[in-house]
Design a protein around this ligand. Structure first.
Ligand code: COA
Length: 810
């Protein structure tokens, strides 16, 4: 299990710490009084029994534990006490009485039904307008099942905790929400109905894509080119972030009133989202009678944008302060966190970021792999705050369903997506690993790279800072530094030499024009190439004016890398099209950079804006916002290596020579296709054949599992007292005429050998050999012989063993 400790903040939960209940007596509302009274007495009993820690600023975890302990204690009470507790929130059944809860008589007010106090069914309600016995408040409850009773009691405890938290919380917005939820639960207990939140808040999920999905997309978008270990680290960083968010205690809207980062509109949106968060995520985490949703699954970009700045600062601080608590092998999560947060921030701000596009989908194989990792690194316990495991049953699943249901659903989802994939993820992972290993193990290639794309060499130079890329330009409003001027002069010369047809003055005019910029490739502080361009942000395109690399540096990959940088630069600024007029010599180069003569932009978008040249061809390149062009070649290269590896693996499977089937020689008329050894390995799937509805028993499709089951049956059969005649082959020396009568001999030793060689790919093959042992025996020997009896007895035993493992047709 990996994933490291979760980083969470101390939250201010509904803490179930009912210490201040004395104030509740001031409440006028009768129901509230009931809650306060019950909460008050329960807390005094807790303190005296010593089962709950003293009142303190509870962490989320200790609050959850406290609540769970209290619930458990109530569930374990004798039924009469449970009913007494229920009576306090149950309407009097006496005709015409409007009392909504039995009140402890004055003399017993200080006593607690959660402790030793068990009122008599005849004790009268203190409520002056009722005065009916306790019995009349519970007469309708005596028949309900134990689980329904516990459910009601759980809701009552949640309600009491909410009431006490409502007393304590100062923020008015939060108080209102607690009151609303308190009333809702109160009503549900009274009417014995499930708590369902309806109303103007809407139903979750509130935005698409949700934060979890966008963060997963970010991992793919930004980091899928990394090697598997680095990708794993970034996945864990993303998971840590989501975990932090899901336990994050959002500030109340009033606390953020003076926040300069929030516009008026943001503030009102935040208020709605804060209320939703309280109602659907925060409170239900402590009150499990309310359906709980995970923050990251129901909220999207809007909420994250409004909290990101402050939240990420806290997360960074937390990373620093908790650094030493992280196991050493997980420290990379801490070190990579700022980088990850920065990338997420950038995508949050961009209006056209693909990760927030609900149609953006990382490839299925990536999603399955991530989901798998997520399951590996995020067992339910790590979702809770670091240090303590969540008390069982205290927390519902993220989507509000019991945990077991969710697991089932996730498995089902995984199965579906795996079925959609043409290859199981394990196979792809194995191929990725093997490619990564072959890269690191081939030392000679690292020193003397052969067959490495030019792009890789250029990127390596860039990484070593042997070359740099800068976007420079002239300005009339701001001072232009000397370095920029020198580079612009140098670039002007590069263009002039490489584009001799262009008048020098024209080149100078455009290079120094303030509307134009130049992406400069600098080596040893000299410009050795560049692309002069003019962005038209309102039109959504960039015009490439000149592009050149000095003669001595051409065909080394610089021209390609320059263009890729320009593409990424444009995408980051929301530009999705590049246009250029290419002369006939340059058409080949532009084609290789993804340009085409087929212009996909409407003419009015660019006509009159870009410079037109008579003898040149207009070319267009559409940019895809999800592609990081400077990484693209590496990603494609890596993918193609993985594909080659997969093909090689499949090739090896196909080439493998297997021992042939002997069953036909031995008289078996036919066998199922799937039992032909090697067929599955080369990709044959049972679904390719229409399913026979009458098939009595579906055996395991896992050959390893089958082999283990056969081994266990064989072992048991060998040890049976009737097995002795069949343990090894009958020899001609022992029984000279045996082989005159028996054409296809079989014995338990031979079966063991066949099993080891993997011959028994199906149940039918295994059963056929075993049946042959018995039929041979009965054919050769007469019924009164010991051998014959042994065959019958062992056959019955064999069938029993097969049945035990579910391998025998009814
Ligand atoms: N016609 C056809 N293909 C060309 C080409 C041309 N004129 N110039 C380069 N290519 C090819 C290269 O052979 C290479 O192909 P490959 O990867 O299949 O081998 C690919 O384009 C890019 O090579 P790369 O090394 O990345 O480019 P570069 O550093 O050589 O720079 C130019 C390319 C065009 C900028 C450079 O050759 C140059 O400055 N040419 C003169 C000026 C010019 O014509 N500019 C273009 C119009 S403004």
């Amino acid at each position: 299990m990996s994933g490291g400790p979760a980083i969470t903040l101390k939250s201010q939960p509904i803490d179930g710490n009912n210490g201040n209940s004395g104030n509740a007596a001031a409440q006028q509302q009768q129901t509230a009084n009931n809650a306060a009274a019950a909460a008050s007495s329960s807390s005094s009993s807790q303190a005296s029994s010593g089962t709950v820690p003293p009142a303190q600023e509870g962490t989320r975890q200790s609050s959850l534990q406290r609540i769970q302990l209290r619930k458990q204690k109530v569930f374990n009470l004798p039924e009469a006490q449970k009913l007494a507790k229920l009576s306090m929130y149950s309407a009097c059944q006496f005709e015409g009485c409007r009392c909504t809860g039995w009140k402890t008589p004055q003399e017993n007010r200080h006593r607690d039904v959660e402790s030793s106090y068990c009122p008599e069914p005849t004790e009268e309600c203190r409520n002056a307008s009722c005065r009916h016995p306790l019995r009349s408040h519970i007469s309708h409850l005596t028949e309900i099942s134990r689980s329904s009773m516990d459910e009601l009691l759980g809701a009552i405890i949640d309600m009491e905790n909410l009431f006490m938290s409502m007393q304590r919380v100062e923020d008015e917005d939060t108080k209102k929400v607690y009151l609303y939820l308190f009333r809702l639960l109160r009503q549900c207990v009274l009417t014995r109905q499930q708590a369902v939140i309806r109303g103007p808040l809407g139903d979750p999920p509130f935005e698409s894509p949700c934060i979890t999905k966008a963060v997963l997309s970010l991992v793919f978008y930004k980091y899928s080119h990394l090697n598997p270990t680095e990708l794993q680290t970034m996945t864990e960083v993303a998971k840590t972030f989501l975990n932090f968010l899901n336990h994050y205690n959002f500030e109340s809207p009033s606390a953020r009133r003076g926040d300069p980062t929030l516009t008026h509109e943001d503030a009102s949106t935040y208020k709605i989202n804060y209320t939703r968060w309280l109602v659907f995520c925060h409170v239900p985490a402590f009150c499990n009678s309310l359906r709980q949703f995970e923050t990251s699954l129901v909220f999207g970009r809007t909420l994250l944008r409004t909290v990101f700045q402050y939240m990420s600062q806290q997360l960074k601080k937390k990373c620093i302060s908790e650094r030493d608590r992280f196991p050493e092998d997980k420290r990379s999560i801490i070190t990579q966190m700022p980088k990850f947060l920065e990338a997420l921030r950038a995508e949050l701000l961009k209006d056209d970021s693909p990760i927030w596009d609900s149609t953006y989908r990382p490839p299925n194989s990536f999603v399955v792999q991530q989901r798998k990792r997520h399951q590996e690194v995020a067992p339910p316990a790590t979702i809770a705050s670091a240090g303590a495991a969540a008390p069982s049953g205290s927390k519902r699943s993220s989507v509000g369903e019991p945990a077991h249901k969710r697991v089932k659903k996730e498995v089902a989802e995984r199965v579906t997506s795996e079925n959609q994939d043409d290859l199981p993820i394990e196979v792809v992972m194995r191929a990725m690993k093997s490619v990564a290993e072959s890269k690191t193990s081939n030392k000679s290639e690292i020193l003397f790279p052969i067959n490495v794309s030019r792009d890789e060499n250029v990127k390596a130079e860039e990484q070593k800072r042997a070359i740099e890329f800068h976007v420079v330009g002239n300005s009339l409003t701001k001072p232009v530094d000397k370095q920029t001027i020198l580079w612009l002069l140098g670039l002007q010369l590069v263009f002039a030499y490489q584009l001799p047809e262009m008048p020098r003055e024209y080149i100078s005019q455009l290079v120094f024009d303030t509307k134009h910029k130049t992406l400069a490739l600098i080596k040893e502080n000299q410009p050795i190439g560049g692309i002069c361009f003019r962005p038209f942000p309102t039109q959504g395109f960039t015009e490439i004016v000149f592009c050149a690399v000095t003669m001595a540096e051409q065909v080394k990959g610089y021209g390609t890398h320059l263009m890729n940088h320009l593409k990424d630069y444009s995408i980051q600024r929301g530009i999705k099209h590049l246009l250029t007029f290419a002369d006939c010599d340059a058409i080949g180069y532009f084609k290789k950079q993804g340009f085409s003569k087929d212009i996909k932009l409407a003419r009015p978008v660019y006509a009159g804006y870009i410079k037109e040249y008579d003898s040149a061809t207009l070319m267009h390149c559409e940019l895809h916002p999800s592609i990081v062009n400077t990484q693209f070649i590496a990603v494609i290269r890596n993918q193609s290596e993985i594909l080659k590896e997969l093909i090689a693996q499949r090739h090896n499977e196909v080439q493998k020579v297997r021992t042939g089937l002997t069953c036909f020689k031995e008289g078996l008329p036919s066998i199922p296709v799937e039992s032909i050894p090697g067929l599955r390995e080369i990709g044959w799937k049972p679904q390719m054949r229409p399913v026979r509805a009458s098939r009595p028993l579906e055996e395991s499709t896992d050959p390893e599992k089958l082999a283990t089951q056969f081994a266990s049956v064989l072992q048991s059969v060998r040890q049976h007292t009737a097995a002795w005649p069949f343990l090894r082959p009958v020899t001609a020396a022992e029984v000279p005429d045996y082989y005159d009568h028996i054409k296809y001999p079989m014995d338990l030793k031979t079966m063991g050998e066949r099993l080891k060689k993997g011959y028994y790919q199906t149940r039918r093959l295994f059963m056929a050999d075993m049946a042959r042992i018995f039929s041979n025996c009965r054919f050769y020997n007469s019924p009164e012989t010991e051998y014959y009896r042994c065959a019958n007895s062992l056959e019955r035993y064999f069938q029993t063993k097969m049945r035990e493992l579910g391998l025998w047709d009814k």
